[in-house]
Every structure is written in C-alpha cells, then in structure tokens.
Write a protein that binds this ligand. Sequence first.
Ligand SMILES: C[S@@+](CC[C@H](N)C(=O)[O-])C[C@H]1O[C@@H](n2cnc3c(N)ncnc32)[C@H](O)[C@@H]1O
Length: 373
Amino acid sequence: MSRETVDLTGLQHAFPYPRSSTGAITDLGRLILARVKESGPISFADYMAQCLYHHELGYYARPGKPTVSKKGDFITSVSVGSVFGKLLAHRLYKFWCANGSPKTFTILEPGAHDGTLCLDILQAISNFAPEFRSAIDYLVHEPLPVRRKSLQAKLQGEASVIASPNDCHAKIGALIANEILDALPVPLYLRSNDQWHEILVTSNAGSLDWGSWPAKPDLPKNLPEGYVTEGPPELSSFMTPLARMFENALFIWIDYGLDEEALYHPARTAGTLRCYFKHKTCAHPLENPGEQDLTADVNFTAVEKFATSLDLQIHPAMNQSRYLTYCGKEWLLSNPSQKEISQFQTLIHPTQFGGRFYALEMTKGNVDPASLI
Ligand SMILES: C[S@@+](CC[C@H](N)C(=O)[O-])C[C@H]1O[C@@H](n2cnc3c(N)ncnc32)[C@H](O)[C@@H]1O
C-alpha cells in the first residue's frame, strides 16, 4: 500500500462512522480481518463481494433470514405483491406473440432470490395464456449453493435452478433481472490532491478500517477535493454469459440508477453506496459485515456501453411508472381488484417505485422488439 498521505476528509464525510461504531464484529468480519492482516488490504469491491456472497456467511447466503421482505431489511417491487409479476407476464406475452409464438421460449431470471417473481409470472401466464405457458422453459440462475437448494424446494419443478448459464443455449427467449445490477460489487474511489485513489479495506487496532492507494479509474477528473464515488462493477463476467446463451432475445433490466452525467455530478460528493438494515439506510459499510445489505445505484451508461459491445440493441429506458403502465394496458382494462390496483399504485408511484426505478430493455438477434409505445 502507498505510504503517501491522502486526505481522507472526503471519505469521513461520505461515511461518518468509518469504523464500526459499536465495536461489534461478525464471524464474517473476523474472517475478513484475518485475511487482511495476513495478505494486506483488499479493494472495496472484494470486501462487498465477501459481505454479500461469501458462500456461508454472506448476506445473501442465509435463505432463512427475511432479507428482502417486509419483515427483513428492504423490499423490492416483488415484495409489493403479485401484480409486478403479472405486468411482466403481459410484457413477455406481447413479445412472444410478436415473434411468431415459438413452441419453445426460454426465460432466464438471474438473482431470482426466493423465487417469488418466477412463480408470480408463471401463475399469471397460466391464467391468461395457457398456450404460452406450455412453451416456456423457465431457468433461474443463482450462484450461491445454499440459495439454489431453497429455490429448488420452493419452485417444485416449475423452473430449473442453474448454477451458471455457461452451458445453456436458447434459440429465443427473454431475460428478466430485477434489482440484480445494484447488487454487483463496486470499487470505491476518492479524489484527493488532484488524483484518484482507490479506497481499500484494511485493519487497524483489531478493527476493519479504510485505506487507499493511487489509482487511474476511467472517471472524470474535474471533481472536487474529497469527492467519493463508486466505479462500475465488473460487468463482463456477469453479462457476457447471459447475452451469449440466447440467439434471439428480449432483455429486461429493472433497477434504480443514473446515467453517468448524474452519477458523477460534482454535487454528488458522497457517491450512491448505501447499507440497509431493517428498512433503514445507514452509512457504516464496515459495520456488521454479512448482516446488512450493501448496494449502489446502477451506472446505466456503463451497462448500455457494455451491452453494445456484446451486439445487443438498446431501447430507450423508461421509469418504472411509465414502463409498467405500458406493460399493463390490457390488464388495466380487465377489471383488476381493488387490492391489485393498490399494488399497481405503489409500483408506479413517483415517490415509491415509480420514479427512482428504470426499466431498460435490450434485444438480441433478429427479433421484433414488440415496442410498448
Ligand atoms: C437484491 S437480490 C434480487 C432481488 C430479486 N430479484 C427480487 O426482485 O426480489 C440479489 C440476488 O442476486 C443473486 N446474485 C448475486 N450475484 C449474482 C450473479 N452473478 N448471478 C445471478 N444471481 C446473482 C443473489 O444471490 C441474490 O439472491
């Protein structure tokens, strides 16, 4: 690690309790600390990967804990109720019809968490388009073994649970990814003395602490002293196999995020990294490793650039409010119940899921995108 003095004021501003405020350390924290003491500091992306995806102690490796739910730490559109799946089911049906109603249609859902969205989509399709249901081969992609086991138990053969899409091939289909891009580990950077420094996780007096070394990320240089931000996650190993497995497809990415201009705005001095614990946001990324969620806004510009390099066609992103309203045109005319209308309102409300979330569609191959507008 560089011995040069870096002004960490900006970092302390971004994370006002840079070290654990309670002194409490988790089993995962002890493991990370031992590794750092033995082999030296690690990047924040590496730390975040351990916190979320350590095979036993990571935040997502605890299927018994209600992490993503009203009883857990945060909710997603899926937790609002089955209407989200219903609206996406209509979107998929439109695409399937526009492309000749093929006899086999593969749906891949990476990061399906507890399988609720998969079951909501399949149930809706069985109800309004049984002929489409018969064509669907639904795959759920989950890298964590313990979560795959619980997905298998929940899905009961309705979908296949796969460890990797590498050996899969589909002539035509769709990918649905809700709130997965925001959960990919990101590196953190600090602007100090007119240079970028990568923020590291190191040890100090028996606790995890921050360190840094000079770095040359592809980030704007005209940002103020003490500016903290995150770089894009490593997209290639995640997106390339997903894109390769389809010859022809519709890709639907739904998440909160920004384009690069807004993400690296000079006024956004503390980046977008957040921690969630019991529905509260906190600024203690080094606290309780493995027991709180860590997430960052999606850099949609980086995702679009990478997808273009994979020969995917990008369609204009829409906020979730517009997107789901377009997806639900037929459904809204089918006399939904009051309970369903109230879920729909939550999903499209500008201060809830409607304004902060975006749906970004991409297509691959020779397909009719079945444009929503
Ligand atoms: C925030 S949760 C997803 C929430 C869920 N899609 C929903 O809408 O409720 C993130 C999930 O992605 C999974 N995951 C993480 N990295 C992944 C990867 N490279 N490929 C597929 N899934 C991944 C995690 O195990 C976790 O279950």
